[in-house]
Write a protein that binds this ligand. Structure first.
Ligand code: NCD
Length: 304
């Protein structure tokens, strides 16, 4: 097993499949009255969050607790980070406190990689800037596999603000490893430079991609990372790249609709679509806990 999970590219097909299979075992635990395993008793997991998060942070906390680890939640707000302490000094403090694993979210792409050089424990990337979010890709793959029965050969459409999305990048890498075919759909201004080198197709036309899609994954328009106008207006964006009921009808009967959350309801996805039976949005959150349990368990020395 690898020591850190920094990028979805750290996982080969065998390892990724082992994580998904282990997550399925972990999910069985969620149906029990006592949702706890003694596996990580006496180990310490630190959640080091420099950026806002609801789902990911709670999910990692629940996962570590269900494995009986001691959990320390660190948020940059209210810590010495606001006094100007560097990531390195914070890392050395965590190290001195005996952290076995550090789960880090940071606005700088590459921060988890730096951290991995400074501490002895395991580092899990919970989202770094616009770069990667590997556990999100794993929970998305898990959700696709459990709804559609397979990953190899699936047509997955990832739609919207690809430019600012670490979710998109990690999904492209992992889905490619697992044999799915990914198409990125966005206005030209919201596709990153160098996207041609990604193992994915690109398109500017959502309507033409939908009839062949098994999965359509909508991305949040990340206004907080936008320093200029990337499209004329919210209305124009929704008209071309938003998923409403009329568009959803173009999908094959079996296709599912995903979104990593948080959603801009009415912008990239309408409430009717988000709350429809095809939507897996709430399931993705539940699956996130099982997948993160599997990741922590395997990285900290458990066997499949
Ligand atoms: C995503 C993130 O933070 O990268 N959300 C998440 O982890 N569930 C996507 C987003 O912020 O739009």
């Amino acid at each position: 097993m690898i020591r850190h999970l920094l990028s979805a590219a750290d996982l080969d097909a065998g390892t990724a499949t082992m994580v998904l299979d282990t997550a399925a075992e972990m999910a069985a635990l969620a149906d029990r009255e006592v949702k706890k395993l003694p596996t990580l008793r006496g180990r310490t997991v630190v959640n080091l969050f420099y950026e806002d998060s609801t789902r990911t942070r709670i999910s990692f906390e629940a996962a570590a607790k269900r494995l009986s680890a001691d959990v320390i939640n660190f948020s940059a707000k209210g810590s010495s980070v606001s006094k100007g302490e560097s990531l390195k000094d914070t890392a050395l403090t965590l190290q001195a406190m005996g952290a076995d694993a550090v789960v880090i979210r940071h606005s700088a792409s590459g921060a988890p990689h730096r951290l991995a050089n400074w501490i002895d424990g395991t580092v899990v990337n919970a989202g770094d800037g616009t770069h990667e979010h590997p556990t999100q890709a794993l929970l998305d793959a898990y959700t696709m596999r459990s709804r559609l029965g397979r990953l190899a050969g699936l047509n997955v459409a990832i739609v919207g603000d690809v430019l600012h999305s670490r979710v998109a990048r990690s999904n492209v890498l992992l889905l490619h490893t697992l044999g799915a075919k990914v198409t990125l759909i966005a206005p030209p201004t919201l596709l990153p430079v160098g996207v041609d080198a990604w193992p994915a197709e690109t398109s500017y036309h959502l309507d033409s991609v939908l009839p062949d899609a098994d999965v359509v994954m909508m991305l949040r328009v990340q206004r907080e990372r936008m320093d200029q106008a990337y499209f004329p207006s919210a209305r124009e964006y929704s008209r071309r790249y938003g998923l409403d009921v009329a568009r959803m009808r173009r999908l094959p009967e079996h296709a599912i609709v995903m979104h990593p959350g948080p959603m801009n309801r009415g912008m990239e996805i309408t409430p009717e679509v988000a709350d429809s039976p095809r939507s897996t949005i709430v399931e993705q959150v539940a699956n996130g806990v099982s997948v993160r349990m599997a990741v922590l368990y395997l990285l900290l020395g458990g066997k499949a």
